[in-house]
Design a protein around this ligand. Sequence first.
Ligand code: ADP
Length: 509
Amino acid sequence: MDGSGTTEPAGRDNWLGSALVQLAVVVPLLAILVSSIPRHRSELTPSVAFFVAAVAVIDLIPVPGWGGLQLSLSFPVLLGVAILYEPSIAAGIAFLGSFDPRELRRGVSLLKAVWNRSQMALSILAGSAIYHRLAEPASPWTRMLPAILLAAVVAYGVNTLCVAVQTAVHRRLSVRSVLVKMHGRAPVEFLLSYLGLGMFGAVIARFYRVEGIWSVVVLLGPLVFARQMYFRSRALADRLAEQNEILAEQARKLEQLLEMEHHTIDELRELNRMKGEFVAVVSHELRTPVTALIGYAKTLQQPEFANDAAMRKEFLERMERQGDRLVRMIENLLTASRIESHQLPLSIGRVLFEDLVREVIESLAVPDARIRVSVPTDLPVIHTDRQLLSRVLANLLDNALKYSPDGPPCELGARAAGDHIVFWVQDHGIGIPPEELPRIFDRFYQVDSSSTRTFHGAGLGLSLVKDLLGHLGGSIDVESAPGTGSRFTVTLPVRIVADVSRTNVASST
Ligand code: ADP
């Protein structure tokens, strides 16, 4: 049965209410026992002592721990006792037999210990009274069975109610919620198990009447053994269920890992495909200026050009521009590879932004009218890596010129903003569709990657800009609309912070 020897949590427990409930059961019960047992002195035979001992021994045999349905063996013995003896004697046997020395060790209070005995005695008193109203110890099975079944239910009901009311008062809960907690998970299973125990009670009583004490011992021996086996197997089943759950959880995790692995493989495949494409694109990009250079060189070797100084000058300028384009592309490739292998050392120095702009524009070798510069002369001196910042500027200007071939001039502006400087490159060219904006900073990504595309390029420039700004502690923002043009805005610290390795990229239309 439930409720004996539970440990109470500290806190807002209602100790006084709980003690009153216990006293309300203990006092009348003891009064009944004290007044009634002497009147049935004739029934106090040695067999009473046997049953007290049997109940005590059965309860004291340790059962393997199992948190499910409680299967008490002392209960059917006590139901047998309820059939065999007058109610107060039966209750007395329950009271004495349910003595638990473990409570002494646990320091359970006297009232609590007496309460634990009393609720058991009260339930057997009620069960026995019901039985004796409906049948006799020697009644035939047909009468005995319904009576003992009803007695079992009543005994079980009284015990459950005692425990529920006391717990509810003690813990300040509703009786209903305690009942649901106690048996709510399997109420039918509980009831059926107690009906079964009731029938055991009938068998024990009948054995005792026909065969005497030894027959009860012989019956209880295998039962105790079966109970141990039962609890062991339930505990094993619980452990297996737990392990199954752990295995299922691990299987779930493995599945997730597998999914991630598949995802990574897909990404690697895509990267591989893009790299393959990149090699083809870069080869093409390198071949174009080289072919042009060879063409110009061959043309210049023609005798008719020997004395045409103007033509020679123009061809040499074109060769220089193609050469510069080649150098820029190779520098981009080298920088990308250094970034990839984390071998891009910073060389910090004082940079006058105005000077840097002039230098980069000169290296682009485009007509002055193609770029309109408005950089204030009083910008603070920047402490940064000149080489890397010039690559950022060159790539942004190169793109602006490239993607606005016929448009008005591109603009390059700058302003101071506290301990940062902000500069922007704006063009009025083809612009970028909004859905492409989040991807333009990805390596090898090109809005138009078809082989028939109008603009040369390898999809490397902006990813490089983003990585370089990451090194310089800056960030980049893009605003663009198709047909209107694009504006790339860079924010850069005036003084580079030592531990910067990432950049923030934001985009908007
Ligand atoms: P690419 O070598 O193709 O120019 P980038 O990494 O520099 O590679 O740019 C990625 C893509 O972003 C380009 O393919 C282009 O479609 C788009 N893009 C970059 N800058 C501009 C711009 N100023 N105007 C329009 N589109 C641009």
